[in-house]
Design a protein. Structure first.
Length: 334
């Protein structure tokens, strides 16, 4: 089934649905060592920045056609000293509401620009503007600085006149963990929190490297346990990896948390930590919904766009966002 929201713009979406959409957290099966990457075919170390630039350019090229078909209105900006992209659908009408997005990539790669396939899709389907945080990648920024950047963006939006009730957050993979960890930081520092969160396949426990998770034929190489372990080390020292702002599965949620929708796949490596994150919220009597789909890949909402699972999950995510923003469904793209 093709994406209904793209039927009027994509002439040949099958080319994308044949695998090009496996991009947001896709990385090669490399082996990481410290802050330098060792390619499997070479003993020569590749500096982090070189690897990040190479992956950035590759993903930008692969998503270009898909993003062009969505025709988002993209504006570069800066909020709280942090670069952001304002992503709006072509027929956007300002209702004073927005979605704050933290992208995936294991904390060590991709950007707001190279994850437009996700943010532009959510903007197109929801009719809402999306602010995508272009946070500094690890190891150039560690968890205290990175969560601080997200909080700074949120606080800057409030200074611009938005209220917490006007903002929902969503994140995918590492971006899901970052969204939840940043909101916990807001709460712990006595700051306001967004109206709701949507987490797609969140990496909620950086000490969980997926060794016990299933690996399906479509599972991205970037979710290999070796990759997860080294990406986690780039973002946080082992002794910090169970800090709630790093791994929100370990948080005490009795002090409160926004309503949260967590989506994932029963076939992905991160399933255990996804379920534990849900239980941590539910056991603290927080409003949380766990929405799992069989035989889907990590962040299938984008990576398997057009499938029945992706369509159902995306529809639920958009409805959840709009409901908690108090926006009717009449102007959402279906």
């Amino acid at each position: 089934m093709l994406l209904r929201c793209l039927q009027h713009t994509l002439n040949s979406p099958q080319r994308w649905l044949a695998g090009v959409l496996l991009l947001v957290t896709l990385v090669p099966a490399d082996v990481f060592s410290g802050s330098r990457l060792y390619a499997a075919e070479s003993a020569e170390p590749i500096p982090w920045r070189v690897h990040q630039q190479q992956r950035e350019q590759a993903v930008l090229a692969r998503q270009a056609e898909f993003v062009a078909a969505l025709a988002p209105r993209v504006t570069e900006g800066n909020l709280g000293g942090v670069p952001v992209l304002w992503v709006r659908p072509p027929d956007w009408v300002d209702k004073g509401k927005l979605v704050l997005y933290t992208h995936g990539g294991g904390y060590v790669m991709l950007s707001a620009r190279s994850t437009l396939a996700s943010s532009a899709l959510v903007a197109h389907r929801s009719g809402l503007q999306v602010v995508s945080v272009d946070y500094t990648l690890a190891p150039h920024s560690r968890w205290r600085e990175t969560t601080g950047q997200v909080v700074a963006v949120f606080e800057a939006l409030l200074e611009e006149g938005y209220t917490p009730a006007d903002i929902v957050m969503y994140g995918d993979s590492a971006g899901g963990g970052l969204a939840a960890g940043s909101v916990l930081r807001m709460r712990d520092q006595g700051l306001a929190m967004p109206a709701a969160l949507v987490l797609w396949s969140p990496w909620s426990d950086l000490s969980d490297h997926g060794q016990g998770g299933a690996r399906q034929p479509g599972d991205q190489a970037g979710l290999d346990p070796a990759y997860l372990q080294q990406a986690a080390a780039a973002y946080a020292d082992p002794g910090d990896q169970k800090h709630p702002w790093v791994s929100p599965v370990y948080a005490d949620y009795t002090a409160g948390f926004p309503p949260t929708l967590i989506q994932g796949s029963t076939a992905e490596r991160l399933l255990d930590s996804i379920v534990r994150h849900y239980r941590a919220l539910d056991n603290s009597s927080q409003r949380v919904w766990l929405d799992l789909y069989p035989d889907a890949v990590h962040v299938f909402q984008v990576h398997q766009a057009g499938s029945s699972h992706a369509e159902m999950a995306l529809n639920k995510s958009v409805a959840f966002m709009r409901r908690h923003l108090g926006v009717g469904a009449d102007s959402a793209t279906r």
